[in-house]
Ligand binder design. Structure first.
Ligand code: ZN
Length: 540
């Protein structure tokens, strides 16, 4: 008989339709079997029960992060991070690379990411010779934060068969010294080709997924919507690592890629599958493309010019017709469609496409999405409502990048990730971290949703702040809805899958400024404890 857990005497945030907060919940096997008062739940005690006294602490549904990149985060974790505050010079970088080399078998790659030449004392990239001084037994690559430039050692150049006679690839530059020898600095397409050579192996990706999944469990994340990055092989890796139990979170996998995403979408449209294939641990999500650039770049595509530069409207990667040629057939086939759309012009393009698709091929409950939906102006929110579209806003971006937004976009920054307007319009926004772009900490995300505080302490658009319980809904049931899983996950209700977390205190009683420091003590996915840090337990 399956073990029964009785969680009693707590603050159980159910996220049910009435937003009830109750005292206790019972779990058996993979399911929640009852919710109610401590007295009611203790009636269910039997020989197979473990009673856990919550002592007033919060128990709530597991967090659903509706847009992050597990493979990218995990592989970053296996590499040297140059975002690390302790790297202020090339000497610091070389030291960390040496430590990494000491732990890495000969012949395997040493990778560093997030390097920013202008942010370190030397204001340049390391040379091939400097990287050779770290190791001549490992290929080494140091990738700039923009992911368009890298510096490599001699071993890496040999791996890519680059020597004096190698011509520059189309759209790329192999930097050379006075004698025509490669210096190790590779730009644009020359970098992209090296990046392919330095690609992570299947085993390394499995290791990356394991590390990432463990970190997510500790933070209380029980479901992820993976926003992809590496195309169809990435989908396969996610499916296999989920089946092997390497990834503990439920995965809703988007089909796309960081570059040439339309090719991945076309391959998926030709594959014969559609959104929804899979099971409650791994499910195929929407097809996804990139419509514009980065909010912090700043390169998002706007309807009015940037406040910081009246000739700048950002970049866009699609024309309207081109997007419709790709996505209207996807909609017709039964795919959920979505795109990275940060600027109001990009959001408009995607909504125009969705409006046409819904008109040409009416389909009930398509639940098309908009990733990020940064500058979601009131007219765009109205159109989202009419089309039943789900945006996946990133409130924590306001903390991380908000001060820059005010410079780039002026007043429009106050309209970015407008959670209160979504609530008012009845648009089911699902909060996402976009990790590794920002910290995946749900407490950080909730705090930002409640305060909209920038790093400099500025409140960006106070009227778009929301309440704690609304933020929790956007991090749980709305994410379930965005992945067609609201009947199985996203709330604490009898019959649902037992995905739940316990915090170290009552989050309702905690002060807003304390929320980023609230700790997760216990994480359960599918009735299985995947993380535990319980100080006290009453067994019976
Ligand atoms: Zn993303």
């Amino acid at each position: 008989m399956d073990k029964r857990y009785l969680f009693v005497d707590g603050e159980v945030i159910t996220v049910n339709n009435e937003n009830q907060v109750v005292e206790a919940v019972a779990v058996q096997g993979s399911r929640i079997i009852a919710v109610g008062s401590t007295e009611d739940i203790l009636q269910l005690q039997d020989d197979h029960s473990e009673v856990i006294d919550l002592n007033g602490r919060t128990l709530m549904p597991g967090i659903i992060d509706s847009h992050l990149h597990i493979t990218m985060y995990g592989t970053n974790e296996l590499s040297v991070s140059c975002k690390n505050d302790s790297i202020t010079s090339i000497q610091d970088l070389l030291q960390l690379l040496k430590e990494q080399a000491a732990m890495t078998p000969s012949g395997e790659w040493i990778r560093a990411w997030g390097y920013h030449d202008q942010k370190i004392a030397d204001k340049r990239f390391p040379t091939k010779e400097e990287l050779d001084s770290v190791s001549t037994d490992h290929p080494i690559i140091v990738i700039r934060a923009c992911s368009h430039i890298s510096a490599v050692n001699s071993y890496a150049l040999r791996c890519a068969s680059i020597d004096k006679n190698t011509p520059n690839p189309e759209g790329g530059i192999i930097e050379r010294d006075g004698d025509g020898e490669a210096t190790g600095l590779l730009l644009e397409n020359a970098h992209m080709q090296m990046f392919q050579v330095a690609a992570f192996s299947k085993d390394e990706i499995g290791e990356a997924h394991a590390v990432a999944s463990e970190h997510f469990s500790k933070a209380g994340i029980t479901s992820i919507h993976d926003a992809s990055g590496y195309g169809t092989s990435n989908l396969r890796a996610l499916q296999q690592d989920s089946a092997k139990g390497i990834i503990k979170q439920r995965v809703y996998a988007m089909g796309g890629a960081l570059s040439k995403s339309e090719n991945v979408v076309k391959a998926l449209l030709n594959s014969g599958i559609v959104t929804g294939l899979g099971n409650d641990r791994f499910k195929i999500g929407p097809v996804k493309v990139f419509l514009d650039g980065s909010s912090s770049g700043p390169t998002i595509w706007t309807r009015e010019p940037y406040t910081s530069d009246s000739s700048d409207f950002g970049v866009h990667y699609f024309e309207q017709e081109q997007l419709e040629e790709l996505f209207i057939p996807a909609h017709e086939q039964g795919w959920q469609i979505t795109a990275h759309a940060q600027g109001d012009a990009a959001i408009n393009m995607l909504l125009t496409c969705i409006e046409k698709a819904n008109k040409l091929y009416p389909r009930k409950d398509a639940r098309h999405r908009i990733e990020h939906a940064g500058i979601a102006a009131p007219d765009l929110i109205e159109r989202m409502k009419i089309q039943g579209v789900i945006p996946t806003p990133n409130p924590a971006f306001l903390h991380e990048y908000g001060d820059g937004y005010c410079v780039s976009y002026g007043k429009r920054a106050e309209q970015m990730y407008p959670l209160a307007s979504y609530l008012e319009a009845g648009v089911p926004a699902a909060i996402a971290s976009d990790c590794p772009v920002t910290d995946f900490s749900p407490m950080r995300g909730i705090h930002s949703a409640l305060t909209r505080l920038s790093q400099n302490g500025k409140v960006i658009g106070e009227k778009e702040t929301i309440s704690l319980l609304d933020a929790i809904r956007m991090y749980t049931i709305n994410g379930a809805y965005a992945s067609f899983s609201e009947n199985e996950t996203g709330s604490i209700e009898p019959g649902k899958l037992a995905d739940l977390i316990i915090l170290d205190q009552s989050i309702i009683q905690s002060k807003v400024e304390g929320i980023p420091f609230v700790q997760v003590e216990f994480t359960m996915i599918d009735g299985e404890v995947v993380y535990e840090r319980l100080p006290e337990k009453a067994n019976s």
